[in-house]
Design a binder for this molecule. Structure first.
Ligand code: 5GP
Length: 214
């Protein structure tokens, strides 16, 4: 895909915050979109949970200890963070700064509480909620994955139900029924956000590709 228009290359990176209840297939969806959409980087979170089979440290997550995470919070090194079933998850300020310096747009896979914290700092961030076609669908995938016992699965389902209700404020919704359709929808949101009219874009065009001196 070569849809990254010339006009966006000199703008500040756009932020895409993707959240979903567990079992929605969000990780596969995000990975596919990251593979297809140029100039889009994934924000790698820090977490205190243990790595699952197949996860790569420094690629899926930065896996750190509770002590390290608490130190990061105390030293205000976290742009946002949350606690889910005793495990901490968060986005480091450093991670965001590095991504901003890289210039590509940024995709965050974080929960609703993290999304609230980030949108306070970055109100223009596009918030995207991924939903299954029905609540019942949420049971299937973790069971197929076989990584969870019944108790933790039912806790997740209860949380998912509450979470969906609290995520009503998100700007976009993508229903992950057919995977390919969901990839197209998420990709289209990213492209539409990139095409949003801003004075900076128009100025850049009028200035033959250069940003005007302030
Ligand atoms: P999992 O343990 O299944 O990888 O992730 C559990 C939840 O943590 C998911 O909803 C995911 O979006 C969320 N999460 C992952 N990283 C972060 C983060 O950096 N900040 C916040 N707030 N949530 C995160």
């Amino acid at each position: 895909m070569s849809s990254r228009a010339v006009h966006t290359s000199q703008q500040a990176p756009l932020l895409f915050i993707v959240s979903a209840p567990s079992g929605t297939g969000k990780t596969s969806l995000c990975n596919e979109v990251l593979r297809r959409v140029p100039s889009l980087s994934f924000s790698i979170s820090h977490t205190t949970r243990a790595a699952r089979p197949g996860e790569t440290p420094g690629s899926d997550y930065y896996f750190i200890s509770q002590d390290e995470f608490q130190q990061h919070i105390a030293q205000q090194k976290m742009a946002e963070w949350t606690k889910i079933y005793g495990n901490c998850y968060g986005t480091a300020v450093d991670t965001i700064q590095r991504l901003f310096a890289g210039g590509a747009d940024i995709l965050f896979d974080i929960d609703e509480r993290g999304a609230r914290q980030l949108t306070e700092k970055y109100p223009d961030a596009a918030t995207i909620l991924i939903l299954p076609p029905t609540l019942d669908e949420l049971k299937k995938r973790p069971m197929e994955r076989g990584t969870e016992d019944t108790e933790s699965l039912s806790r997740r389902l209860k949380r998912a139900q509450n979470e969906i209700q609290t995520m009503a404020w998100y700007r976009y919704v993508v229903i992950n029924d057919r995977f390919e359709d969901a990839v197209t929808a998420l990709t289209s949101i990213i492209i539409a956000e990139r095409c949003k009219k801003t004075h900076a874009i128009i100025d850049t065009v009028l200035n033959n590709g250069k940003q005007r001196e302030k």
